[in-house]
Design a protein around this ligand. Structure first.
Ligand code: HEM
Length: 471
C-alpha cells in the first residue's frame, strides 16, 4: 500500500515535471536558430534515436540536414557533427567550451563521472590526464613496449594450435598487456574475475554513450522517484552500476597492494613505480592513481580488441595487402624474424595498414560524447550549454571527397613520396579536443555483417584459421 509520503512525493515530482516542461517550452523562442534536424514533439523531442550502427544513419541524415544535425529529447540537446572541418572548429578550436562530459544526478549515483574518460572537465581531470601523459602518452608508453612485444609474440605462437575463439584470444591478449603494464598482474584468460568485470564496465558504458539514449537522465528530480513509480527502478539500477564500477577499480588495486606487501614482490608496473613518489597518507593522490589504473584498463580493452580483430578481417578480405606486408617484413627484418616496436619506423607499409584499419573501421565510430559548458554560436547556429556533441568519425573517414573508394581497405592511400606519415593527431579514430593522444570466413561482400553496432564497433566472432608461413 502507498504511504502518505510516497503519494506526496509522486504529486510533487509530477507537478515539478509539468512546470519544468512549460518553462522549457516558453523559453525557447529567445534563441537563434538550432542546426537543422528532426524536430520531434514538444519537450519530449524525438521519440526514437538510431541505436544500431547510428553512424550510418547520421551519414544518411546528413544528405538531408547537412554537416550539423540537431535534435532534442527531454530538454537535452544533441549535436551530431558529420564533417571534419566542423569537428575541428567545434571540438578542437573551442575545446574550452566543448570539452566537458555529461554529468547528472544519476551519473553521480552510478559513479560514472568518477571514471576518467567520462569525468567532467575539472582540476582533478587535469591531474589524472597528466598521469596519462607521463606514462601512456605517445612518447612515454615505451615503458610498456617490452610487455607488448612479449605478449604479442606469445599470442602469435599460440594461434595455430589454440582451440579458443579468435575473439577470446584477442581479448585475452589486450587484457594481459594492460593488467601486466598497469598493475603487474598476470591474467591467464579473459574469463577470469578481473578481466570479466572489466568487460562488464565496458558493456555498461557502451549504450550510455549512444546519442539520445540516456536523455531521460536529464529529467529533473528523476533520481528522487520512488521505486514503485514508472522509472523508479532507475535509482536502484544506477546503484547497481556503482557497484560494478567500484569493484572494477577495487579488485585490481587491492590485488596490486597485496602483491606489493609480499617481501619477494618484483612488481615493476606503472602504478607500482608511481607509488614510490607518493606519500601513502595522501589519500587523494592514491585515489587518483586508482582512477588512472581503471581508466587505462577499461579504455584500452575494447578499442584495441576492435583494431586487432579488424586487422584479421582486413588481411583475410584483402590478401594482396597481407602479401605486401609479409614482403616488407621479410625485406626489412629477414624471413622468420619477429618485429618489435623499435622496428616501426622502418616498416612503412605496416604503419599504413594500422592507419587504414583506424580509418576503415574506427573502434569508436561516434567517439566519446562531449558536453558544452557554455552556449556557443557556430556558423550562425545556436548550440546551447549542456548540448551533447557527437563527432561522427565514421562519416569523416568515409568522406568520398577525401578518401577515394572509402569502403575499400587500401593501405597505400597513406603512403607518401617523402615516406613520412601525418602526425598521430591526424588519426581521427582517436577523437577530438581534450583527449591525449590470415585467413577468416569474412568476405568483402558481406564484411559489414561482422561488425557490432553500439558505441564500440568491433568484429563479432567469426570462423578463422591461421597457419605459420615458416616451419
Ligand atoms: C586503437 C585504440 C584506441 C582508439 C581508437 C581510441 C579512441 C578514443 C576516442 C575516440 C576517445 C575519445 C576522445 C574524445 O574525447 O573525443 C578516447 C579517449 C580516451 N582514451 Fe582512447 N583509444 C584507443 C586506445 C586507448 C588506450 C590503449 C588507452 C589507455 C591505455 C586509451 C585511453 C583513453 C582515455 C583515458 C580516454 C579519455 C580521455 C579524456 O577523457 O580526455 N585509449 N579514445
Amino acid at each position: 500500500m502507498l504511504s502518505y509520503l510516497d503519494l506526496t512525493t509522486a504529486l510533487l515530482v509530477g507537478t515539478v515535471l509539468v512546470l519544468y516542461a512549460v518553462v522549457v517550452m516558453y523559453s525557447k523562442p529567445r534563441h537563434p536558430l538550432y542546426p537543422p534536424g528532426p524536430k520531434g514533439i514538444w519537450y519530449l523531442g524525438v521519440t526514437t534515436v538510431p541505436m544500431r550502427k547510428a553512424w550510418l544513419t547520421y551519414m544518411n541524415w546528413g544528405k538531408k540536414y547537412g554537416d550539423l544535425i540537431h535534435f532534442s529529447r527531454f530538454g537535452k540537446h544533441y549535436l551530431i557533427i558529420n564533417s571534419l572541418e566542423a569537428a575541428r572548429d567545434i571540438l578542437d578550436k573551442q575545446s574550452k567550451q566543448t570539452g566537458d562530459r555529461a554529468h547528472t544526478q544519476l551519473d553521480k549515483i552510478s559513479g560514472m563521472n568518477d571514471f576518467f574518460g567520462l569525468m567532467p572537465y575539472s582540476d582533478e581531470w587535469r591531474k589524472i590526464r597528466k598521469i596519462f601523459h607521463q606514462n601512456l602518452g605517445p612518447e612515454t608508453s615505451t615503458q610498456t613496449w617490452s610487455i607488448q612485444a612479449q605478449e604479442v609474440h606469445k599470442f602469435i605462437a599460440g594461434l595455430p594450435s589454440s582451440k579458443d575463439t579468435l575473439r577470446n584470444q584477442i581479448s585475452c591478449l589486450s587484457q594481459k598487456i594492460m593488467f601486466l603494464s598497469v598493475y603487474g598482474l598476470e591474467i591467464a584468460s579473459s574469463e577470469e574475475d578481473m578481466p570479466a568485470r572489466n568487460r562488464k564496465v565496458i558493456e555498461l558504458l557502451d549504450f550510455s554513450m549512444i546519442a539520445g539514449w540516456s536523455a531521460f537522465k536529464k529529467i529533473p528530480f528523476i533520481h528522487l522517484l520512488p521505486p514503485w513509480l514508472p522509472g523508479g527502478q532507475l535509482v536502484a539500477d544506477h546503484l547497481a552500476f556503482h557497484e560494478v564500477f567500484q569493484e572494477g577499480a577495487d579488485r585490481p588495486w587491492n590485488a596490486l597492494m597485496e602483491d606489493l606487501r609480499r617481501p619477494d614482490s618484483h612488481n615493476s608496473s606503472l602504478i607500482a613505480n608511481l607509488l614510490f613518489n607518493i606519500d601513502p597518507d595522501d589519500d587523494q593522490g592514491m585515489q587518483r592513481l586508482k582512477k588512472f589504473g581503471v581508466a587505462a584498463i577499461v579504455a584500452a580493452a575494447d578499442t584495441t580488441v576492435s583494431v586487432i580483430s579488424t586487422f584479421f578481417i582486413a588481411m583475410s578480405c584483402y590478401p594482396d595487402a597481407q602479401l605486401r606486408a609479409q614482403q616488407e617484413l621479410d625485406d626489412v627484418l629477414g624471413r622468420g624474424q619477429m618485429p618489435t616496436l623499435e622496428d616501426r619506423p622502418s616498416l612503412p607499409y605496416i604503419e599504413a595498414i594500422l592507419r587504414e584499419l583506424m580509418r576503415w573501421h574506427p573502434a569508436g565510430p561516434m567517439g566519446i560524447p562531449h558536453d558544452t559548458s557554455e552556449d556557443i554560436i557556430y556558423n550562425g547556429y545556436f548550440i546551447p550549454k549542456g548540448t551533447s556533441v557527437h563527432a561522427n568519425i565514421w562519416a569523416m573517414t568515409h568522406d568520398e571527397s577525401t578518401f577515394e573508394k572509402p569502403d575499400d581497405f587500401i593501405p597505400e592511400r597513406h603512403l607518401r613520396e617523402d615516406s613520412k606519415f601525418d602526425d598521430i593527431n591526424s588519426i581521427l579514430a582517436y577523437g577530438f579536443g581534450r583527449s591525449f593522444k590470415i585467413s577468416t570466413s569474412a568476405k568483402r561482400e558481406n564484411v559489414e555483417e561482422y561488425f557490432s553496432h553500439g558505441t564500440f564497433c568491433y568484429p563479432k566472432d567469426f570462423a578463422w584459421s591461421v597457419s605459420p608461413r615458416l616451419n
